[in-house]
Design a protein around this ligand. Structure first.
Ligand code: KIV
Ligand code: ZN
Length: 511
């Protein structure tokens, strides 16, 4: 039996970006979009063009540069939204406009003060308007799972009649149970007379931890497009995780009889990239991409895996691109070998960039005998995701020990001038952060701090991730170093630079 292809619609850059603190700049979105194309997703929802100038530009750049997947912009059922979405998508090879309006009584009555008839009329008009610009139009009845079934079917039927080529059924608040959601999709398929003219898509949120289960139940019942995000990012508890959907469909071909064309070997790389860019660390026990997803701890399991992998492994680590830590280069490796190794890892950089990275590699190799591929990835990330540096950390000296209070001395260069200060704190990291705050005169609240070891061993690099909360934004910062106090200070300064960059961009826009 020939397996039907499912359509993987990635919304990391739109719904994923709605995770608090996950906002990305255009360069970062472009990097992720290129990686999503390597992962071979079918559709990239690159943003919500009308929502901000940044989103508009990001969609435009992704549309111009990223070839392969369909590039999509979200738009409310409003004329201006549709027009702006089209303007952002004009240069895309395969553009799609995705328009939506709520259909549940609770949303229509309490949020939008609209009648059902008004919402239906607006949906039809706006699908027609989008159709005037592009062939590929997606329509979503928001909060579909809490909508009146008869009305939902009417809206679906009329929007298909108006030209929608995909109808997406969102479980906006993550309310549905898998058997209910599967049954809803089946009922829609059996009830809407013109449903065959459109692709049935689903978009599930994870409020009850059921986003993946609901999406899979929908696939089993006739949906052929799934909307999902890398690492399950998204509004509140997030969206269905792309890696879980794709690996479930591939691992249980016998059950789904479906095919996903995504290149699963790119999953790990994409997950790491999204985590580094957004600063949202993946929990260790996260399915597929968590650090422990392929780690066998119990003796019985280890024994089984050594005898035959399949005893406790339903997927191979290599199928998601997970490699054993590979010893790469050492202190004596030259520039040529370094470049060649980066090329083998899939990176092509200019001479200038190679020189920068090589210098950092040499410094690291001096501190650490063995440099692994993960270390190189961290150096590349640290160098690549940098933003203009308003604050430059020039010196850091921190002391503490039994019987002596932690004390930090810091020098930061701000606009060409060096500022020095020192002071104590509850531990080395706290002392360093307090002094950095003193010098930079910032009052942002530190909302999270985490450290992870990039490879094993006491000389491993520590990768630190921090999140700072300002008046109306959250930013993250990352830093890597073999010294975790220095990595922490770098992460804090990186977050301050991001905050400064964001605020100055906002000011420029309002001038
Ligand atoms: O969750 C939701 O309903 C959405 C729509 C815009 C599709 O994100
Ligand atoms: Zn959503």
């Amino acid at each position: 039996m020939k397996k039907e292809n499912i359509i993987i619609f990635d919304t990391t850059l739109r719904d994923g970006e709605q995770s608090p603190g996950a906002s990305m700049n255009i360069e970062e979105k472009l990097k992720i979009a290129h990686q999503l194309a390597r992962l071979k997703v079918d559709v990239i929802e690159a943003g919500f063009a009308f929502s901000s100038q940044g989103d508009f530009e990001a969609i435009r750049c992704v549309g111009m540069e990223v070839k392969g997947p369909v590039i999509c912009s979200l738009a409310r059922c409003k004329a201006q939204d549709i027009d702006v979405a089209w303007n952002a998508l004009k240069d895309a090879e395969k553009p799609r406009i995705h328009t939506f309006i709520s259909t549940s009584d609770i949303h229509l009555k309490h949020q939008f003060s609209m009648t059902k008839e008004q919402a239906l009329e607006r949906a039809v008009k706006m699908v027609q308007r989008a159709k005037g610009y592009v062939k590929d139009v997606e329509f979503s009845p928001m909060d579909a799972t809490r909508s009146d079934f008869k009305y939902l079917c009417k809206v679906i039927e009329e929007t298909i009649e108006a030209g929608a080529t995909t109808v997406n059924i969102p479980d906006t608040v993550g309310y549905s149970m898998p058997h209910e959601f599967g049954a809803l999709i089946r009922r829609i398929k059996e009830t809407v007379p013109n449903i065959k003219k459109a692709v049935i898509s689903v978009h599930c949120h994870n409020d009850l931890g059921l986003a993946t289960a609901n999406s899979l139940a929908a696939l089993k019942n006739g949906a052929t497009q799934v909307e999902c995000t890398i690492n399950g990012l998204g509004e509140r508890a997030g969206n269905a995780a792309l890696e879980e959907i794709v690996m479930a469909v591939k691992t249980r071909k016998d059950f789904f009889h479906l095919n996903a064309t995504a290149n699963t070997k790119e999953i790990m790389k994409t997950s790491n990239m999204v985590s580094r860019i957004t600063g949202l660390v993946v929990q260790s026990n996260k399915a597929i991409v968590g650090a422990n997803a392929f780690a066998h701890e119990s003796g019985i399991h280890q024994d089984g895996v050594l005898k035959m992998k399949q005893t406790y492994e339903i997927m191979s680590p290599s199928s998601i691109g997970l490699k054993r830590s590979k010893l790469v280069l050492g202190k004596h490796s030259g520039r040529h070998a370094f470049r060649k190794h980066l090329n083998d890892m899939g990176y092509e950089f200019s001479d200038d960039k190679i020189n920068n990275l090589f210098e950092r590699f040499k410094n690291l190799a001096d501190q650490k005998k063995e440099v692994f591929e993960e270390d190189l990835e961290a150096i590349i990330a640290d160098d690549t995701y940098r933003i203009p540096e308003h604050y430059i950390l020039k010196e850091l000296f921190v002391s503490s020990g039994i019987g002596s209070k932690p004390n930090a001395k810091v020098t930061i260069c701000i606009e060409g001038e060096d500022f020095k200060a020192q002071g104590g704190g509850d531990g080395k990291v706290d002392a360093a952060f307090r002094v950095i705050k003193k010098i930079t005169k910032t009052k942002y609240k530190l909302v999270s701090y985490s450290v992870k070891s990039i490879t094993g061993g006491t000389d491993a690099q520590g990768e630190v991730s921090v999140r700072l909360k300002g008046k109306d934004q959250i930013v993250h910062g990352t830093g890597a170093d073999t010294d975790i106090i220095l990595a922490s200070a770098k992460a804090f300064i990186n977050a301050l630079n991001r905050m400064h960059y964001k605020i100055s961009k906002k000011k420029q826009r309002s001038l």
